[in-house]
Design a protein. Structure first.
Length: 131
């Protein structure tokens, strides 16, 4: 049976720039960086927060994946869970991460939205029952 979500895919314009952002700015671990197949120009690059089960695959847009170009620079359909949203936002801003929405508290939880190296908007989320 299904046990967990293995990976979430996000398309990027420049895989190396995205890898640098996620590993150096957000502090994610590099899980894999290998050619898609022998001789391939693009790589399968995946990163994840330390201890996480789900990986974020950073996939470069190639001719066969051109239909995904429209997703670049938009709000992504996943969130990053945090245990301290104020502290996380402060630490990430100190590392040069841009936020398009500062911390906002709602009945369902507290959130902030960061912008990655590819212009994608990603929500940081603290569940209201966790605060």
């Amino acid at each position: 049976m299904i046990t967990h979500i293995s990976s979430v895919h996000m398309f990027c314009e420049d895989q190396n720039r995205a890898k640098e952002f996620y590993t150096n700015k957000l502090g994610f671990e590099l899980v894999i960086d290998q050619p898609m197949f022998p001789g391939a120009r693009v790589h399968w690059i995946s990163v994840k927060p330390s201890g996480a089960a789900t990986e974020l695959a950073l996939l470069e847009i190639e001719p066969e994946s051109e239909r995904f170009r429209a997703t670049l620079g938009t709000t992504q359909a996943f969130t990053f869970g945090v245990d301290d949203i104020e502290g996380t936002v402060t630490a990430l801003k100190e590392r040069g991460v841009t936020f398009t929405q500062d911390v906002v508290a709602q009945p369902w939880g507290t959130s902030a939205i960061l912008q990655d190296s590819e212009g994608n908007q990603i929500m940081l989320y603290l569940n209201s029952s966790a605060s």
